[in-house]
Design a protein around this ligand. Sequence first.
Ligand code: PAF
Length: 185
Amino acid sequence: MKIFNSTAELRLELDSQRRNGLCIGLVPTMGNLHAGHLRLVEEALRNCDFVVSTIFVNPLQFSPDEDLQAYPRTLKEDQSKLISAGCHCVLEPSVDELFGSNLESQTTLHIPSISNMHCGKRRSGHFDGVATVVCKLFNIVNPSRAFFGLKDYQQFLIIQKLVADLAFEIDLVGVETVREENGLR
Ligand code: PAF
């Protein structure tokens, strides 16, 4: 599995795969991978020729009362899991690489109405952050298909609206929840 920190280098790799006629699948994650993520990779491998996963703990989707630093970072374990799953490459950008050094000045997206419902009510700015990073990853990877868990159904609907409203030519694939043996998700 190829590991990229640089978006420019990833783009070069993907351009070459596209020239070979391969269909690119994207599985965005924030790392700390579990069976649900690996199910997304499996589904992507079934439906695409070349699968890119991304591991990026996105600061924009943490609301002010949430602890970004406490989010588990398990990069080495995540890489091993992706290798075992058969993922072809992974992008692990730094915050600077993705958003530049001034996060405050980053252009952000807002998907109206649905972002402020349900969990959006208590997680101020969360879905704007999700939409912004997913949009950016779509532009960098330019996948034919992108895979998201249906467990986060509100997030899935928001990304569906983003794809429709901004005219991305991407097939969104929603993948059913995986239950752990103890019944937890
Ligand atoms: O579902 C997640 O893990 C994240 O919200 C996503 C889609 C990778 C964006 O950071």
